[in-house]
Design a protein around this ligand. Structure first.
Ligand SMILES: [Zn+2]
Length: 113
């Protein structure tokens, strides 16, 4: 399950962030996870619960913000929600589109305690 390795790199980053800011712990961390990032939000949530044990994140509030997949059609420029990579354009049915949002997998903010 690759969510586990993602969770542990998030914890590593938070540990380093806390060190740099001379904080003993983190009170809140916000993560942005795109629908098209390949990460299952529920699995990540579960993996985080395990990964934060004994770390600076142990008592932190972990907020996962899901970003909806969004594409623009190359044929008619319609913008539409694309939750699974394979959604055709609702306007002209074309599969020729570009993803403009939803691939995010990043730490949005960290608040030290
Ligand atoms: Zn179209």
């Amino acid at each position: 399950m690759h969510e586990l390795s993602i969770a542990s790199s998030i914890v590593e980053y938070a540990e380093e962030f806390a060190r740099e800011h001379q904080a003993n712990r983190i009170s809140k961390i916000e993560l942005e996870v795109g629908q098209l990032s390949g990460v299952v939000t529920d699995s990540l949530e579960f993996a985080m619960e395990e990964a934060i044990k004994g770390s600076v994140l142990e008592k932190a509030q972990v907020v996962i913000i899901e970003i909806i997949g969004q594409s623009i059609c190359n044929q008619c420029q319609t913008e539409f929600a694309n939750s699974d990579w394979y959604t055709p354009c609702p306007q002209c049915n074309s599969m020729d589109s570009e993803i403009v949002a939803g691939k995010e997998l990043q730490i949005k903010s960290i608040v030290t305690a």
